[in-house]
Design a protein around this ligand. Structure first.
Ligand SMILES: C[S@@+](CC[C@H](N)C(=O)[O-])C[C@H]1O[C@@H](n2cnc3c(N)ncnc32)[C@H](O)[C@@H]1O
Ligand SMILES: [Mg+2]
Length: 368
């Protein structure tokens, strides 16, 4: 018999099933029970909608071996994401009730239930649907009928399996679907992995939730990782400072271009191509860089809008208006309004007394 080959591999199709659900329904709190090597959690980690990601497994060693795959890296601190994410890994049994798993939008149990003994399976059903009661549960488990298409499979698919259900056993209590279809001319055996999706059709009362929250914690925390995000004041402040002060510096550099003596300006651009923008004609003033030039400046702007927007020199102080920095789309997106911009750069830049401009000391005579 031709061995059945799944493309992509079956485990990836199971994960894809969950990812498609997440794409469609955008759950915020997601837990994976029997998460083992945390592979599903790892792929779900950067789904923007997910704010809390939890893994539970009875095997602490497997969690400890893989938990590093879920901790934030230096790159996450350099570029914090817009949305917040907390990842918790717990060691414990799915037959135990712990408030840590209350209030979830989605709980997945991928190839878990067949590892539970009959008693534990009964307890788990009560824990999952009675206590945890998430909005949605996705359960996948092997389909025993498919095993005739798996030549190497003589008993159960895995020595630790306590049972493998046929479709009827599973279908009697679930909305029925699955991944891993048999070839077209194969027998009608159903999917290789059977998948059940349960959706809660009632709203839990606050009183009931409160009662459950009072249960004693029993799981052991193996990992608690909070990813840096722009939801946190300190990371937002850092991001604003980085982008705003970079642009302020660029505005300053562009402004000062016009004072660079012509020859030097040409030298520094001796690799210019024809494609580049023509040089600012103000540079025609040549290299006689003296204070006459600076006193020629500022040509203070005419309209009020210009006044708010354009950098200008007063003596040896360059004013870079916050309004101009605020017009940079990324700055606007991060700050929302000018007051926030002002607050977040205070302390990192010197501001004018009215707080409307960043000040730079410039020494035009000795700068070029
Ligand atoms: C086949 S593995 C799950 C694979 C994983 N969900 C995936 O898709 O990659 C089954 C996992 O269930 C865990 N497990 C078995 N009994 C458990 C229990 N009572 N409570 C929590 N986890 C349990 C095992 O330690 C094992 O890691
Ligand atoms: Mg299994």
């Amino acid at each position: 018999m031709e061995p059945v080959v799944f493309k992509p591999p079956l485990y990836q199709q199971r994960y894809q099933f969950v990812k498609s659900y997440v794409d469609t329904y955008k759950p915020k709190k997601v837990a994976d029970l029997g998460c083992s090597e945390c592979a599903l959690l790892h792929t779900l980690r950067f789904w923007d909608c997910i704010e809390v990601l939890v893994g539970l497994d009875i095997d602490e060693d497997v969690l400890r071996r893989k938990m590093h795959t879920l901790t934030p890296l230096a790159a996450h601190y350099l570029e914090p994401s817009k949305t917040s994410l907390t990842v918790n890994l717990y060691q414990g049994s799915v037959t135990q009730k712990d408030p840590a798993l209350l209030g979830f939008d989605l709980i997945t149990c991928i190839e878990l239930i067949e590892h539970l003994k009959a008693d534990d399976l009964a307890d788990f059903r009560e824990v999952l649907f009675g206590f945890m009661a998430p909005f949605t549960v996705i359960i996948s488990t092997p389909n025993a009928e498919f095993n005739i298409l798996l030549p190497k499979c003589t008993g159960f698919r895995h020595p630790d399996h306590k049972f493998e259900w046929n479709r009827r056993e599973f279908q009697s209590w679930v909305e029925f679907t699955g991944v891993g279809e048999p070839l077209q001319d194969s027998k009608n055996v159903g999917f290789c992995s059977q998948i059940a999706v349960f959706t809660r059709n009632y709203t839990e009362s606050e009183e009931s939730l409160k009662r459950k929250m009072e249960y004693k914690s029993v799981y052991k925390t193996v990992l608690h990782a909070v990813y840096p995000s722009l939801q946190e004041e300190k990371y937002l402040r850092q991001a604003v400072q980085k982008v705003a002060l970079f642009h302020a510096y660029q505005i300053k550099a562009n402004f000062l271009q016009q004072f660079i003596p012509k020859e030097e300006n040409e030298e520094s651009h001796n690799t210019d191509t024809e494609d580049e923008e023509p040089h600012n004609t103000d540079n025609e003033h040549g290299h006689c860089m003296d204070l006459k030039l600076t006193s020629k400046w500022p040509t203070l702007p005419q309209t009020e809008q210009d006044e708010n927007m354009e950098p200008f020199l007063q003596g040896d102080t360059l004013y870079v208006p916050l309004q101009k920095i605020f017009c940079v789309p990324k700055v606007k997106e991060l700050c929302g309004n000018m007051d926030n911009l002002r607050t977040m750069i205070t302390g990192e830049a010197t501001l004018s007394t009215d707080g409307n401009a960043i000040l730079y000391h410039v020494d035009l005579e000795n700068s070029f």
